[in-house]
Write a protein that binds this ligand. Structure first.
Ligand code: E4P
Length: 226
């Protein structure tokens, strides 16, 4: 399973790449807002970072870039997707799981521009993008769980449908809020998870590890004095 970082903050991307080897990045307008940069500046800076790290293709290190969420027309979505895609070969165009967004994904994929259909909240929203060759779909597990909805069935159904028909679209289990959700996604065989840096870091922590380290430190101090 791949780990994507859900962030547009360059320091977080850099840290996560260097320390635990993330496999890609997902962004959305909210992440760009949190980065404190205007959208185009954020994209330019991420592009420069990719170049510095010799990351030159979406197959090597995909970075999902979301189109203007106000666009409601397929042709406008396609036009904007083409513009962002031309900025960097790692960029994958993120489109909403609406009728227009799914149609735009189909058109862009036919032109060789890879897409990520986002804001997926039902298996039926994940079916058409896969039939039409989207690279990724992003079911939002965290948002659904916050609303009290079941997500095991939701993600499990998408994965089962994809296996039934040998769809190549990869499932990014998205908006995760804790390490258990990462483990649940892995148990189900999801291709990818995406979440913020703090969620990954939370998964590396355990109180028993801290307690065990303390025990070993105490023993070390008694057997290996300076
Ligand atoms: C996924 O691609 C989205 O960017 C993301 O997971 C949205 O969730 P969040 O910003 O609420 O974490």
């Amino acid at each position: 399973m791949k780990f994507f970082l859900d962030s547009a903050k360059l320091d977080e991307i850099d840290f996560a790449y260097d320390t635990f080897g993330i496999d890609g990045v997902t962004t959305n307008p909210r992440h760009v807002q949190v980065s404190g940069k205007p959208f185009k500046v954020a994209l330019r800076d991420i592009s420069a970072w990719l170049k510095d790290h010799a990351l030159t293709s979406y197959a090597q290190f995909p970075v999902s870039v979301e189109i203007n969420p106000h666009l409601a027309d397929t042709a406008d979505m396609v036009r904007e997707g083409r513009i962002y895609s031309a900025l960097n070969p790692c960029f994958v165009i993120k489109l909403p799981a609406t009728e227009q967004g799914i149609a735009a994904s189909r058109q862009l994929e036919r032109d060789g521009i890879r897409t990520n259909v986002t804001l997926v909240f039902s298996p039926s929203q994940a079916l058409a993008p896969a039939k039409n060759g989207a690279l990724f779909v992003s079911p939002f597990v965290g948002w659904k769980e916050e609303a009290g909805d079941d997500t095991a069935q939701f993600v499990g159904d998408i994965l089962k449908i994809y296996r039934n028909y040998d769809f190549k679209t990869q499932v990014i289990v998205a908006a995760l809020r804790n390490a258990k959700q990462i483990v649940d996604a892995a148990r189900m065989g999801a291709h990818i998870v995406t979440c913020g840096l703090a969620v990954y870091q939370g998964g590396f922590e355990h109180p028993y590890t801290r307690k065990g380290l303390q025990i070993f430190q105490n023993a070390w101090d008694k057997t290996a004095p300076e």
